[in-house]
Structures are given as structure tokens and as C-alpha cells.
Ligand binder design. Structure first.
Ligand code: OAD
Length: 232
């Protein structure tokens, strides 16, 4: 069998928009009615842990009422023809539920929690998390989310994946949050880059990209078919 091409897909909140999960920056700086810094920063956690826990409890619960959309499924389908790795900024589980088997969550996962005293103690979690829920060492548990003000431990791994990409696809991210936004700088010069976002033409980039100014659920199935015909 010939060598399979490696596709890296970088996704952001926009890929889950058609599944009914709000993006961060489309609603005037409010995320589900909250200032992002209140619920998604380490300062916010220290200031009002109860509010933060409640916020993520709602997000975790919401996973039960949303489903993957055609964009998630198209990416999963590519695995039949390519080596595909999804690098997502999203904390939902819609890529996995669509069938993607190789998903790196740069910003953490709603269905995991970790010790606030020992970052290596990470647990699967599918219910509400409350003050008084402790890790095995007696520290308060917190959402397993990378907040503003925290480093992104998986970024070196993501960089080395992007460096090896034969095809790079970016979907539904405003590319405003560093360091994920810098990943595009690591693609090989001859690697084609596809950018799918209704605002694709406003997302300024010095790279030569194939821009698709469309919703992910429309564009991804078409792009996947094209790739399968031309590159598989
Ligand atoms: P943003 O909210 O910044 O950007 C979402 C992008 O999705 C925008 O460019 C929209 O135009 C686009 N979009 C909207 N609907 C779409 C659709 N149907 N199909 C395709 N694209 C669509 O979200 P992110 O770039 O993901 O971090 O934000 C990055 C990080 O900032 C998040 O991971 C989060 C946030 O703070 C944490 O919570 C740690």
C-alpha cells in the first residue's frame, strides 16, 4: 500500500456552531451571556470558582443535547483515505462522536477534570463538578480547561504535527488566540492550506490559502470529496 498523506485539521468554535454551540467572538464579546475573562481565565477561577464551575457544568450538560454536524462527519470520513489528525481548540466531544479517532484537544476537554493542586491528576467526569469535590490528594477539582493566563502544554506536540502535514485545513477559528493561531506558521512551504470560515476573507494571513467563505457544514463535505478525488 502506498504512503498515506497526512492531513492536519485545526478547528475552532465555528465548526460546532451549526451543532448549536455558540462561538466566542461572534456574540459581541459575550460567551453564553458571560464576559469570557470571568469564566475562562485563571483570575476568574480564583475570584469566583462557583460561577466558573456552574458555567462549565452547563457546558458539560449541553453536550447531551447537541450532535456532530456534516463538517465533523466529513473530517472523520477522511480517515478512510488519509492519515488524519484533528487539532482542536474546542472542549466539546463532537469530533470524537463523529468518528474521528485522533483528536488533540489543545484547550482541554469538558468531560475531564483535574486536580487544582497536581496537574497530572486528571479524571474522566460526566456530571456536575462542585466545590468540595476533591482529587485523591485532597485538592479541589477544577475543569480540565486551558484558561487565559495559563500555558498550552500540548503546543510543542501540535507544532511538530503541523510541520509534517501534507495538507492543512483550518475550520471555524478567528485565529485570534495565541499560541494556536501561530500553528499556521509551521506548515511546509508546499503544503496546501484550506481555510473554511464565513469570515474567511477577513481573517488576514500572509499565507497563500484556499479560502472558503462558507459555513463548515456546507464546505467541508465538498472539500473532503475534492481531496479524496485529487490526493488520496
Ligand atoms: P472564535 O469565536 O474566536 O471564532 C469562531 C470563528 O468561527 C469565527 O471566525 C466565525 O466567523 C467562525 N464561524 C461561525 N460560524 C461558523 C460556521 N457555521 N462554520 C465555520 N465557521 C464559523 O473561536 P475560536 O477561534 O475557536 O479558549 O477561539 C479560540 C479560543 O478562544 C477558544 O478555544 C477559547 C476562546 O477563549 C478557551 O476557552 C480556553
Amino acid at each position: 500500500m502506498h504512503h498515506r498523506k497526512k492531513i492536519i485539521v485545526l478547528t475552532g468554535a465555528g465548526i460546532s456552531a451549526e451543532s448549536g454551540i455558540n462561538t466566542f467572538r461572534d456574540a459581541g464579546g459575550l460567551w453564553e451571556g458571560h464576559d469570557v475573562m470571568e469564566v475562562a481565565s485563571i483570575e476568574g477561577w480564583h475570584k469566583n470558582p462557583e460561577l466558573v464551575l456552574d458555567f462549565y457544568n452547563q457546558r458539560r450538560k449541553q453536550l447531551q443535547y447537541v450532535s456532530p454536524n456534516p463538517a465533523h462527519f466529513a473530517i472523520a470520513h477522511l480517515e478512510k483515505f488519509f492519515e488524519v489528525i484533528v487539532v482542536t481548540q474546542n472542549v466539546d466531544n463532537l469530533h470524537e462522536r463523529a468518528g474521528s479517532s485522533n483528536v488533540m484537544h489543545l484547550h482541554g476537554e469538558l468531560l475531564k477534570v483535574r486536580s487544582s493542586g497536581n496537574p497530572n491528576l486528571i479524571y474522566d467526569w460526566d456530571e456536575d463538578l462542585c466545590l468540595g469535590d476533591f482529587c485523591d490528594e485532597g485538592h479541589q477539582l477544577r475543569p480540565h480547561i486551558v484558561w487565559f493566563g495559563e500555558s498550552v502544554p500540548m503546543i510543542p506536540q501540535a507544532i511538530s504535527l503541523v510541520q509534517k502535514a501534507d495538507i492543512f485545513i483550518i475550520v471555524g477559528t478567528s485565529l485570534q488566540v495565541y499560541p494556536a493561531s501561530g500553528l499556521i506558521d509551521y506548515v511546509k512551504p508546499d503544503t496546501p492550506i484550506y481555510l473554511v470560515d464565513p469570515k474567511a476573507n477577513e481573517i488576514k494571513s500572509h499565507h497563500r490559502v484556499h479560502a472558503f467563505a462558507e459555513k463548515a457544514g456546507i464546505a467541508l463535505p465538498e472539500i473532503a470529496n475534492q481531496l479524496i478525488q485529487n490526493h488520496a
